[in-house]
Design a protein around this ligand. Sequence first.
Ligand SMILES: NC(=O)c1ccc[n+]([C@@H]2O[C@H](COP(=O)([O-])OP(=O)(O)OC[C@H]3O[C@@H](n4cnc5c(N)ncnc54)[C@H](OP(=O)(O)O)[C@@H]3O)[C@@H](O)[C@H]2O)c1
Length: 257
Amino acid sequence: MKNLTRRAFVGSMTGFGATTALPAFGQGPTSGAILKKAIPSTGEQIPAIGLGTWITFNVGNDERLRAARAQVMQTFFDRGGSLIDSSPMYGSSEAVIGYGLARIKNKATLFSAGKVWIVLKTLGVNQMEASRNYWGIERFDLMQVHNLLDWSTHIETLKEMKAQGRVRYIGITTSQGWRHGGLEQIMRTQPIDFVAFSYNVIDREVEERLLPLAAERGIAVIVNRPFQEGVLIERMMHHPLPHGQARSIARTGRSSS
Ligand SMILES: NC(=O)c1ccc[n+]([C@@H]2O[C@H](COP(=O)([O-])OP(=O)(O)OC[C@H]3O[C@@H](n4cnc5c(N)ncnc54)[C@H](OP(=O)(O)O)[C@@H]3O)[C@@H](O)[C@H]2O)c1
Protein backbone atom coordinates (compact mmCIF):
# COMPACT_ATOMS: atom_id res chain seq x y z
CA MET A 1 0.00 0.00 0.00
CA LYS A 2 2.92 2.29 0.77
CA ASN A 3 3.80 2.79 -2.92
CA LEU A 4 0.23 3.03 -4.13
CA THR A 5 -0.21 6.14 -6.28
CA ARG A 6 -3.42 8.11 -6.64
CA ARG A 7 -3.59 7.08 -10.29
CA ALA A 8 -3.20 3.37 -9.47
CA PHE A 9 -5.84 3.66 -6.73
CA VAL A 10 -8.26 5.38 -9.06
CA GLY A 11 -7.65 2.69 -11.67
CA SER A 12 -8.34 -0.09 -9.19
CA MET A 13 -11.56 1.62 -8.06
CA THR A 14 -13.02 2.12 -11.51
CA GLY A 15 -11.37 -0.38 -13.80
CA PHE A 16 -9.82 2.40 -15.89
CA GLY A 17 -7.87 5.58 -15.40
CA ALA A 18 -10.64 8.17 -15.43
CA THR A 19 -10.57 10.81 -12.72
CA THR A 20 -13.74 12.64 -13.69
CA ALA A 21 -16.52 12.72 -11.08
CA LEU A 22 -15.22 9.70 -9.22
CA PRO A 23 -17.57 7.78 -6.97
CA ALA A 24 -16.65 8.73 -3.42
CA PHE A 25 -15.92 5.99 -0.90
CA GLY A 26 -17.81 3.39 -2.89
CA GLN A 27 -20.90 5.54 -3.41
CA GLY A 28 -22.37 6.14 -6.84
CA PRO A 29 -21.49 9.22 -8.87
CA THR A 30 -22.70 12.48 -7.40
CA SER A 31 -25.60 14.05 -9.23
CA GLY A 32 -26.43 17.69 -9.76
CA ALA A 33 -26.00 20.41 -12.34
CA ILE A 34 -22.62 20.82 -13.97
CA LEU A 35 -20.98 24.21 -13.46
CA LYS A 36 -21.00 26.05 -16.77
CA LYS A 37 -19.49 29.34 -17.88
CA ALA A 38 -20.49 31.61 -20.76
CA ILE A 39 -18.05 32.47 -23.55
CA PRO A 40 -18.32 36.27 -23.47
CA SER A 41 -18.11 36.85 -27.23
CA THR A 42 -21.25 34.76 -27.94
CA GLY A 43 -22.86 33.83 -24.62
CA GLU A 44 -22.49 30.11 -25.46
CA GLN A 45 -22.29 28.09 -22.25
CA ILE A 46 -19.72 25.32 -21.77
CA PRO A 47 -18.78 23.23 -18.69
CA ALA A 48 -16.12 24.88 -16.52
CA ILE A 49 -13.92 21.77 -16.35
CA GLY A 50 -12.24 20.50 -19.51
CA LEU A 51 -9.96 17.62 -20.47
CA GLY A 52 -6.26 18.36 -21.10
CA THR A 53 -4.11 15.94 -23.08
CA TRP A 54 -0.51 16.95 -22.46
CA ILE A 55 1.57 13.85 -21.55
CA THR A 56 -1.49 11.84 -20.51
CA PHE A 57 -2.68 11.23 -24.11
CA ASN A 58 0.77 10.86 -25.66
CA VAL A 59 0.66 7.04 -25.72
CA GLY A 60 1.60 6.33 -29.34
CA ASN A 61 0.12 3.30 -31.06
CA ASP A 62 -0.30 1.03 -28.03
CA GLU A 63 -3.87 -0.33 -28.45
CA ARG A 64 -4.38 -0.99 -24.74
CA LEU A 65 -3.29 2.50 -23.70
CA ARG A 66 -5.33 4.09 -26.50
CA ALA A 67 -8.43 2.17 -25.46
CA ALA A 68 -7.96 3.38 -21.86
CA ARG A 69 -7.88 7.01 -23.08
CA ALA A 70 -10.99 6.38 -25.17
CA GLN A 71 -12.67 5.13 -22.00
CA VAL A 72 -11.62 8.31 -20.16
CA MET A 73 -13.17 10.36 -22.99
CA GLN A 74 -16.35 8.28 -22.89
CA THR A 75 -16.68 8.86 -19.14
CA PHE A 76 -15.93 12.56 -19.63
CA PHE A 77 -18.80 12.92 -22.13
CA ASP A 78 -21.16 10.65 -20.18
CA ARG A 79 -20.72 12.92 -17.13
CA GLY A 80 -21.41 16.10 -19.13
CA GLY A 81 -17.88 17.12 -20.24
CA SER A 82 -17.31 19.09 -23.41
CA LEU A 83 -13.97 20.90 -23.93
CA ILE A 84 -10.94 18.82 -24.94
CA ASP A 85 -7.64 20.68 -25.37
CA SER A 86 -4.61 19.52 -27.34
CA SER A 87 -1.69 20.65 -29.47
CA PRO A 88 0.74 19.33 -32.08
CA MET A 89 3.30 19.83 -29.31
CA TYR A 90 1.78 16.92 -27.35
CA GLY A 91 3.25 14.06 -29.42
CA SER A 92 0.65 11.48 -30.42
CA SER A 93 -2.13 13.06 -28.32
CA GLU A 94 -4.09 14.39 -31.28
CA ALA A 95 -4.08 11.01 -32.99
CA VAL A 96 -5.17 9.38 -29.73
CA ILE A 97 -8.06 11.85 -29.42
CA GLY A 98 -9.09 10.93 -32.98
CA TYR A 99 -8.91 7.23 -32.09
CA GLY A 100 -11.21 7.86 -29.12
CA LEU A 101 -13.68 10.09 -30.97
CA ALA A 102 -14.07 7.45 -33.68
CA ARG A 103 -15.01 4.80 -31.11
CA ILE A 104 -17.11 6.44 -28.43
CA LYS A 105 -20.78 7.39 -28.26
CA ASN A 106 -22.49 10.41 -26.86
CA LYS A 107 -19.86 12.91 -27.99
CA ALA A 108 -22.16 15.49 -29.59
CA THR A 109 -21.20 18.04 -26.94
CA LEU A 110 -17.50 18.03 -27.96
CA PHE A 111 -15.91 21.48 -27.85
CA SER A 112 -12.61 20.97 -29.69
CA ALA A 113 -9.73 23.24 -28.69
CA GLY A 114 -6.62 22.88 -30.84
CA LYS A 115 -3.43 24.88 -31.17
CA VAL A 116 -1.03 25.99 -33.88
CA TRP A 117 2.61 25.62 -32.81
CA ILE A 118 5.04 26.34 -35.64
CA VAL A 119 6.50 29.34 -37.51
CA LEU A 120 5.39 30.67 -40.92
CA LYS A 121 1.90 31.00 -42.38
CA THR A 122 1.95 28.05 -44.79
CA LEU A 123 3.34 25.68 -42.19
CA GLY A 124 0.70 26.90 -39.72
CA VAL A 125 -2.12 26.28 -42.21
CA ASN A 126 -0.77 22.80 -42.96
CA GLN A 127 -0.37 22.00 -39.28
CA MET A 128 -3.94 23.02 -38.44
CA GLU A 129 -5.23 20.90 -41.31
CA ALA A 130 -3.18 17.93 -40.09
CA SER A 131 -4.62 18.42 -36.58
CA ARG A 132 -8.17 18.50 -37.94
CA ASN A 133 -7.51 15.21 -39.71
CA TYR A 134 -5.99 13.63 -36.60
CA TRP A 135 -9.08 14.57 -34.59
CA GLY A 136 -11.39 13.53 -37.46
CA ILE A 137 -13.59 16.62 -37.11
CA GLU A 138 -15.11 19.01 -39.62
CA ARG A 139 -13.70 22.10 -37.92
CA PHE A 140 -12.24 23.16 -34.59
CA ASP A 141 -14.46 25.07 -32.21
CA LEU A 142 -11.42 26.94 -30.90
CA MET A 143 -7.97 27.35 -32.45
CA GLN A 144 -5.26 28.94 -30.32
CA VAL A 145 -1.73 30.17 -31.03
CA HIS A 146 0.39 27.99 -28.73
CA ASN A 147 2.79 29.88 -26.45
CA LEU A 148 2.62 32.98 -28.68
CA LEU A 149 4.82 31.28 -31.30
CA ASP A 150 4.80 33.46 -34.46
CA TRP A 151 1.51 34.86 -33.16
CA SER A 152 1.39 37.92 -35.43
CA THR A 153 1.43 35.63 -38.50
CA HIS A 154 -1.06 33.06 -37.22
CA ILE A 155 -3.52 35.58 -35.80
CA GLU A 156 -4.15 36.89 -39.31
CA THR A 157 -4.76 33.34 -40.59
CA LEU A 158 -7.09 32.67 -37.68
CA LYS A 159 -9.07 35.86 -38.27
CA GLU A 160 -9.55 34.80 -41.92
CA MET A 161 -10.56 31.29 -40.90
CA LYS A 162 -13.09 32.65 -38.42
CA ALA A 163 -14.57 35.03 -41.02
CA GLN A 164 -14.96 32.04 -43.37
CA GLY A 165 -16.59 29.90 -40.67
CA ARG A 166 -13.68 27.42 -40.64
CA VAL A 167 -13.19 27.91 -36.90
CA ARG A 168 -15.69 29.28 -34.37
CA TYR A 169 -13.38 30.94 -31.85
CA ILE A 170 -9.74 32.05 -31.82
CA GLY A 171 -7.28 32.49 -28.97
CA ILE A 172 -3.72 32.62 -27.63
CA THR A 173 -2.02 30.56 -24.92
CA THR A 174 0.92 30.79 -22.59
CA SER A 175 1.84 29.11 -19.30
CA GLN A 176 3.99 29.44 -16.18
CA GLY A 177 3.98 33.24 -16.36
CA TRP A 178 5.85 33.39 -19.68
CA ARG A 179 5.48 36.56 -21.79
CA HIS A 180 2.59 38.07 -19.86
CA GLY A 181 3.57 41.52 -21.17
CA GLY A 182 3.23 40.35 -24.78
CA LEU A 183 -0.01 38.56 -23.99
CA GLU A 184 -1.46 41.69 -22.41
CA GLN A 185 -0.67 43.66 -25.56
CA ILE A 186 -2.37 41.05 -27.74
CA MET A 187 -5.42 41.04 -25.47
CA ARG A 188 -5.64 44.83 -25.77
CA THR A 189 -5.30 44.99 -29.54
CA GLN A 190 -6.54 41.75 -31.14
CA PRO A 191 -10.13 40.48 -31.49
CA ILE A 192 -9.54 37.17 -29.68
CA ASP A 193 -12.28 35.13 -28.01
CA PHE A 194 -10.08 33.08 -25.65
CA VAL A 195 -6.85 33.42 -23.72
CA ALA A 196 -5.10 30.64 -21.76
CA PHE A 197 -2.55 30.98 -18.97
CA SER A 198 -1.49 29.31 -15.72
CA TYR A 199 -3.46 30.11 -12.58
CA ASN A 200 -3.53 28.26 -9.27
CA VAL A 201 -3.42 29.01 -5.54
CA ILE A 202 0.34 29.73 -5.72
CA ASP A 203 0.67 31.31 -9.18
CA ARG A 204 -1.70 34.28 -8.88
CA GLU A 205 0.11 36.97 -10.88
CA VAL A 206 -2.69 36.98 -13.48
CA GLU A 207 -5.07 38.42 -10.87
CA GLU A 208 -3.27 41.76 -11.14
CA ARG A 209 -3.67 42.56 -14.84
CA LEU A 210 -4.66 39.69 -17.12
CA LEU A 211 -7.85 38.49 -15.40
CA PRO A 212 -9.29 42.02 -15.03
CA LEU A 213 -8.31 42.78 -18.63
CA ALA A 214 -10.03 39.60 -19.86
CA ALA A 215 -13.19 40.62 -18.00
CA GLU A 216 -12.99 44.15 -19.40
CA ARG A 217 -12.42 43.00 -23.00
CA GLY A 218 -14.91 40.09 -22.87
CA ILE A 219 -12.27 37.38 -23.44
CA ALA A 220 -12.90 33.85 -22.13
CA VAL A 221 -10.14 32.42 -19.91
CA ILE A 222 -8.82 28.85 -19.98
CA VAL A 223 -6.68 28.07 -16.94
CA ASN A 224 -3.82 25.61 -17.36
CA ARG A 225 -1.68 23.99 -14.64
CA PRO A 226 -4.40 24.37 -11.97
CA PHE A 227 -2.40 21.97 -9.76
CA GLN A 228 1.05 23.08 -10.99
CA GLU A 229 1.35 19.77 -12.85
CA GLY A 230 0.60 17.91 -9.62
CA VAL A 231 3.26 19.71 -7.54
CA LEU A 232 0.60 21.36 -5.38
CA ILE A 233 -0.96 17.98 -4.60
CA GLU A 234 2.45 16.51 -3.67
CA ARG A 235 3.27 19.47 -1.43
CA MET A 236 0.00 19.17 0.46
CA MET A 237 -0.54 15.42 0.58
CA HIS A 238 1.20 14.91 3.94
CA HIS A 239 -0.69 17.71 5.67
CA PRO A 240 -3.90 16.76 7.45
CA LEU A 241 -7.01 18.53 6.23
CA PRO A 242 -8.53 21.13 8.55
CA HIS A 243 -11.21 19.56 10.74
CA GLY A 244 -14.19 21.14 8.95
CA GLN A 245 -12.81 20.16 5.55
CA ALA A 246 -12.30 16.53 6.57
CA ARG A 247 -15.90 16.31 7.76
CA SER A 248 -17.10 17.85 4.52
CA ILE A 249 -15.12 15.35 2.42
CA ALA A 250 -16.36 12.39 4.44
CA ARG A 251 -19.94 13.50 3.92
CA THR A 252 -19.88 14.48 0.25
CA GLY A 253 -16.76 12.87 -1.14
CA ARG A 254 -15.39 16.23 -2.26
CA SER A 255 -13.89 19.30 -0.66
CA SER A 256 -16.24 22.22 -0.18
CA SER A 257 -13.66 24.84 -1.21
N1 LIG B 1 0.81 26.63 -23.03
C1 LIG B 1 -0.28 25.87 -23.04
O1 LIG B 1 -1.14 26.02 -23.94
C2 LIG B 1 -0.49 24.84 -21.96
C3 LIG B 1 0.45 24.68 -20.93
C4 LIG B 1 0.20 23.76 -19.94
C5 LIG B 1 -0.96 23.00 -19.98
N2 LIG B 1 -1.86 23.15 -21.00
C6 LIG B 1 -3.11 22.32 -21.06
O2 LIG B 1 -3.64 22.22 -19.76
C7 LIG B 1 -3.79 20.83 -19.41
C8 LIG B 1 -3.62 20.64 -17.90
O3 LIG B 1 -2.31 21.07 -17.51
P1 LIG B 1 -1.50 20.29 -16.40
O4 LIG B 1 -1.33 18.86 -16.82
O5 LIG B 1 -0.28 21.07 -16.09
O6 LIG B 1 -2.59 20.33 -15.20
P2 LIG B 1 -2.47 20.17 -13.63
O7 LIG B 1 -3.87 19.86 -13.21
O8 LIG B 1 -1.79 21.35 -13.02
O9 LIG B 1 -1.56 18.91 -13.37
C9 LIG B 1 -2.00 17.58 -13.57
C10 LIG B 1 -1.42 16.79 -12.46
O10 LIG B 1 -2.22 16.99 -11.30
C11 LIG B 1 -2.55 15.76 -10.74
N3 LIG B 1 -3.95 15.80 -10.28
C12 LIG B 1 -4.99 16.29 -10.96
N4 LIG B 1 -6.13 16.15 -10.23
C13 LIG B 1 -5.77 15.57 -9.08
C14 LIG B 1 -6.48 15.16 -7.92
N5 LIG B 1 -7.81 15.36 -7.82
N6 LIG B 1 -5.80 14.59 -6.92
C15 LIG B 1 -4.46 14.40 -7.02
N7 LIG B 1 -3.72 14.74 -8.10
C16 LIG B 1 -4.37 15.33 -9.11
C17 LIG B 1 -2.39 14.73 -11.83
O11 LIG B 1 -2.00 13.53 -11.22
P3 LIG B 1 -1.91 12.12 -11.97
O12 LIG B 1 -0.62 12.17 -12.75
O13 LIG B 1 -1.92 11.13 -10.87
O14 LIG B 1 -3.11 12.03 -12.86
C18 LIG B 1 -1.33 15.33 -12.74
O15 LIG B 1 -0.03 14.90 -12.37
C19 LIG B 1 -2.77 20.09 -20.28
O16 LIG B 1 -3.10 18.75 -20.47
C20 LIG B 1 -2.87 20.90 -21.57
O17 LIG B 1 -3.97 20.45 -22.33
C21 LIG B 1 -1.65 24.08 -21.98
